[in-house]
Design a protein around this ligand. Structure first.
Ligand SMILES: C[S@@+](CC[C@H](N)C(=O)[O-])C[C@H]1O[C@@H](n2cnc3c(N)ncnc32)[C@H](O)[C@@H]1O
Ligand code: SF4
Length: 375
């Protein structure tokens, strides 16, 4: 079966107040060394017998990498793997760092899906959370991308931001739909430890909307996007028909993928692994001709079952009861009869033919459902 490749670019112009991802501001002088290390890491995994059907370049902010970086990375990946002709190739971009030159470079390199982080169209909120762009930058980025030939564009938005009101979410969604994005990811803000936002909320300097207000924003997004022809195919992801992200779907379906770059994760041959997070340590390991892996663990059959349930239930399709029976010799209908009966009666899950899936109500308490089914 074909695999995916994830490439991580850990550089950002500045660090957003809420972000806990492996990304660093003020380290752009490391870009060239990092790029050379990535090229070497690609060859460490290279095998022309491996088919690749999705590539995802994420961050951090891939769009702030120097001109020519992405196309060379793509050339190296093609040299080392058999990238299928119809592979989905995504790159993440921030609205104020895309240029028509970069977009043309990516298009020529075979990138066919663009993911833009807007978060909100409200200038005050963007400023408050430390985003260095505005609504005009977003419009400019989307229109430039379309004129270069990108037709598959995702926009990330956040709900539950400080000072955010339902009216802000409505305006943000109007903007995204007006610009005809094929895919929208709507994330509820997670207040991560060790972020400036966490400390500001803890000290009372900033307040987040109450949980029911955030839920109201999410429910609005759900209803609005459905009315506009987007289907919710995963708890946070909406797509026009045939525009679901293949890369993410494959991850939720436990397909194998190689993770490249500082802090990237991978899953190959039943082993989950993660790379060193520090850019310097990552580069140094590669320069010493060692894979920059900081941890790896063999996933045993019980853990594989738990992950299959956990990841599968994130998708609207849910989990295949027959597949689980075949692969793990576990009949959930029998072993979890009472739990399934209760969750169904409370309107949190449904079973249709072979699939067990969460309802819209179930998605609001997904972690609890998963715990019930795997405990
Ligand atoms: C890690 S970012 C990379 C893309 C790009 N740097 C950006 O910020 O637009 C990917 C997405 O994760 C989401 N994200 C980041 N931090 C989050 C948090 N604390 N809670 C929920 N979503 C978050 C944002 O919507 C963001 O667009
Ligand atoms: S731009 Fe994206 S990756 Fe960078 S700090 Fe902000 S949310 Fe994190």
């Amino acid at each position: 079966m074909a695999i995916g490749i994830y490439v991580h670019f850990p550089f950002c112009v500045s660090k957003c107040l809420y972000c806990n991802f492996n990304s660093y501001a003020g380290k752009n002088d490391m870009q060239i060394k990092y790029f050379s290390a990535l090229i070497k890491e690609i060859s460490m995994y290279g095998d022309k017998k491996i088919d690749v059907d999705t590539i995802y370049m994420g961050g951090g902010t891939p769009s702030i990498m120097f001109d020519g970086c992405v196309s060379t990375i793509m050339t190296e990946i093609r040299k080392n793997f058999n990238v299928l002709d119809d592979a989905e190739i995504t790159i993440e971009a921030n609205p104020n760092s895309v240029t028509s030159m970069k977009l043309s470079e990516w298009k020529d390199a075979g990138v066919n899906r663009l993911s833009i982080g807007l978060q909100s169209s409200n200038a005050n909120i963007l400023k408050l959370i430390g985003r260095p762009h505005n609504k005009a930058d977003y419009i400019n980025a989307v229109e430039m991308a379309k004129s270069v030939g990108f037709s598959n564009i995702n926009t990330d938005i956040l709900v539950g931001l400080p000072r955010q009101k339902l009216s802000d979410v409505k305006k943000t969604l109007d903007l995204v739909v007006k610009h005809n994005c094929t895919h929208v990811s709507v994330y509820s803000l997670i207040l991560e430890d060790n972020t400036p936002l966490y400390n500001m909320v803890a000290s009372g300097e900033l307040h987040l909307p109450k949980e029911e207000k955030t839920l109201g924003m999410y429910n609005y997004a759900l209803k609005f996007l459905r009315e506009k022809g987007y289907e919710r195919y995963e708890v946070s992801n909406f797509a026009r028909p045939d525009y679901e992200s293949k890369h993410n779907m494959h991850t939720w379906q436990m397909h194998e993928y190689i993770g490249l770059g500082a802090g990237a994760n991978g899953y190959m041959d039943g082993i989950r692994y993660g790379n060193l997070e520090s850019i310097e340590e990552y580069v140094s390991a590669i320069n010493n001709n060692t894979k920059p892996i900081s941890f790896s663990e063999k996933i045993n059959s019980k853990e594989q079952l738990e992950e299959t349930i956990m990841l599968g239930l994130r998708t609207a399709r849910g989990i295949s009861l027959n597949e689980i029976k075949k692969q793990f010799k576990v009949d959930l209908i029998k072993s979890k009869a009472e739990t399934i009966a209760n969750l169904t009666q409370w309107g949190l899950i449904k079973i249709d033919k072979d699939y067990l899936f969460a309802t819209d109500l179930g998605f609001t308490v997904l972690n609890k459902i998963i715990l019930e089914l795997i405990s």
